[in-house]
Design a protein around this ligand. Structure first.
Ligand code: ADE
Length: 222
């Protein structure tokens, strides 16, 4: 999978060199390109924003600069993801859906967001455009939101996780169950013992206990 992100803060993406995604890049499973939006400006001040039509507080990112940055990246294979708190809520099914894509382009807005015509234009040209929010809160910009999405999507790609079994187990999350509690050694820590059943070696009983625990967690909304 190819991933491109466009941002005025390329430094935000340094963590993509670490851990699973860093290794996935080394192995050629994902290729990440980080693009500085300011390099597409043509004025002396490299300005990327302007005051909103209709008035109001804050600044809006200029469409011409986004167009100049996006045009060379977008192909028929591309899905454009515009990060905005007003977008559709990101969740695990969306992560699975986007993990099927060939090329993801993340547009990281700042300020009061990107001029609405940018998404409109690429959608009208026939590109797949997704306006996405990672949750009901307002971040300083789309950078952290796109990092969250990239991590959730990239770990679903074949060969990224060391143990693909973990993906099978967590599929319960998609069925509405949150995962059961996990324990490792020692058997007792600070007077808290690991539930007896997990030491029993009875795999059927363990599976049943875990399913029950996951159900309890889900019903309690944990
Ligand atoms: N930009 C600002 N807040 C955001 C959010 N919650 N999700 C995605 N992009 C954002």
């Amino acid at each position: 999978m190819k991933i491109d992100t466009i941002t005025i803060f390329p430094e935000y993406f340094a963590p993509l060199q670490l851990s699973l995604i860093g290794k996935a890049q080394e192995r050629g499973i994902v290729e990440v390109g980080i693009h500085d939006l300011r390099s597409y400006t043509s004025d002396n001040h490299h300005s990327v924003d302007d005051t909103p039509y209709g008035g109001g507080a804050g600044m809006v990112m200029k469409p011409e600069i986004w167009g100049a940055a996006l045009d060379p990246l977008m192909t028929k294979e591309s899905d454009l993801i515009i990060l905005t708190p007003a977008g559709r809520k990101f969740d695990q099914p969306m992560a699975h859906e986007l993990a099927q894509a060939t090329h993801l382009v993340f547009a990281c807005g700042r300020y009061e967001g990107i001029d609405a015509r940018v998404g409109q234009h690429y959608a009208a040209k026939g590109f797949r455009v997704h306006e996405v929010s990672i949750g009901d809160y307002v971040l300083g910009g789309g950078e952290v939101a796109s990092l969250v999405m990239i991590e959730a999507i990239a770990r679903l790609l074949p060969g990224v996780l060391g143990n693909p079994e973990s993906l099978v187990e967590e599929s319960h999350v998609q069925e509405g169950f949150l995962e059961y509690p996990n324990y490792t050694k020692p058997p007792t820590w600070r007077d808290i013992a690991v539930p007896e059943i997990l030491l029993s070696g009875n795999h059927a009983a363990i599976a049943q206990w875990r399913a029950e625990q996951a159900r309890i967690r889900a019903s309690e909304g944990l």
